[in-house]
Design a binder for this molecule. Structure first.
Ligand code: SF4
Ligand code: SF4
Length: 356
């Protein structure tokens, strides 16, 4: 009988849960710039029963930005990003991966981080209130974010220590790698939390945030409050002494921070302490991806460039003086295709406006 559990239960063959209504198609960034259905959410679902070493099938699964905007409009509540990640795991088990993804996973094995760098390790000695875990991108590629965060925390008089031994494992999880890297860092952080008796673990990167807060629950959780820097600054705003300026700022919501983790008001609260905010046409939970997510920037660079162009044009139309984001990876990606716009990470933007 229609409406009974038989008809409404979730199917194990994922594509059967999709009503093929097509609502998700136009909204998908990779479809928007390619117009290929196999690079749309519905197309990806239709192809999801297959695992084959075919260039276009591999591209269909690995070119999803995992931005999650399709899930917002899906009337069948298909969890597309989760399906994509599981599917990537199936491909990875059969060692069918885009070439640069293989290198990235090898970097995780050999150096403990996706960049393959020798990132300096930092250990906390003694007890602190806050463990600051900067993550790979802030340490190895966009150092200004790490330095600005330290400057802000010092200016607020926070009792904190810096901890970095391993990558959080986010990159590996998002592209289908196994859980081992995430679990290694989980064990390390668990030990640091117990030793330092910290109450809060603070991160810059929305990828770290999601991994540490959501994925580490699979291992038992860290037993500490996990906060993104924007949440921490918003909640402790009275400890910030900032100079107001008259400039107009537009904020880019990272997919992982906004849609995946629900942090939307916090960065705006912090920015509104110093500047006027002008929103791009897609913002908050409806934000448009920067083009770099889900490992796409590593293996499908042209796709990243095209999606980024769309986002940059949305910001150009705001006539904002500065575009601010609070994701080291979005910052890095948007900056590389800024086309004359000024892009800042929220930490640097705020650090520059601290009262001396
Ligand atoms: S998560 Fe984003 S890129 Fe992936 S299918 Fe959905 S809308 Fe498209
Ligand atoms: S919106 Fe949902 S049900 Fe409709 S085509 Fe997309 S995935 Fe399928």
């Amino acid at each position: 009988m229609l409406g009974s559990e038989e008809y409404t239960k979730s199917r194990e063959i994922w594509s059967l849960n999709c009503a093929k209504c097509g609502k998700c198609i136009q909204i998908c960034p990779t479809y928007k710039v390619t117009r290929w259905e196999h690079l749309s959410p519905r197309g990806r679902l239709i192809l999801s029963p297959y695992v084959e070493d075919d260039r276009e099938l591999v591209k269909s699964i690995f070119s999803c930005l995992t931005c999650g905007i399709c899930e917002q409009v899906c009337p069948s509540n298909v969890e597309i990003t989760e399906i994509i990640e599981k599917k990537r795991g199936e491909y990875a088990k059969q060692t069918i991966l885009p070439e640069r993804h293989v290198r990235l996973l090898n970097n995780m094995v050999e150096k403990g981080n996706p960049y393959g760098d020798d990132i300096e390790t930092m250990e906390i000695d003694g007890e602190v209130d806050v463990i600051y875990y900067p993550g790979c991108t802030s340490l190895a590629r966009e150092r200004e974010i790490f330095e600005s965060t330290v400057k802000i925390l010092k200016s607020m008089g926070v009792s904190f220590g810096i901890e970095f031994m391993y990558c959080c494992g986010s990159t590996s999880l998002r592209i289908g790698g196994d859980l081992s890297y995430a679990e290694r860092n989980y064990r390390r952080l668990r030990e640091v939390v117990e030793r330092t008796k910290a109450k809060t673990l603070l991160v810059n990167c929305p990828g770290c945030y999601r991994t540490v807060k959501k994925d580490y629950e699979k291992f038992g959780g860290l037993g500490v409050r996990i906060m993104h820097i924007t949440e921490f600054l918003s909640e402790n705003a009275e400890m910030l002494r900032l100079r107001k300026d008259g400039i107009r700022v537009s904020f880019h919501d990272s997919c992982h921070l906004a849609r995946h983790m629900g942090i939307v008001k916090e960065p705006r609260r912090v920015l509104s302490m110093v500047s006027e905010i002008v929103e791009p046409e897609q913002h908050g939970m409806e934000s448009f991806c920067c083009g770099g997510g889900g490992g796409v920037r590593v293996s499908y660079r042209e796709l990243t460039r095209e999606v980024r162009k769309v986002r940059i044009e949305q910001f150009r139309r705001t006539n904002a003086d500065v575009v601010v984001t609070s994701c080291p990876y979005c910052y890095r990606n948007l900056k590389n295709g800024a086309d004359g716009l000024i892009i800042k990470d929220l930490t640097s933007f705020i650090a520059e406006r601290l009262e001396e």
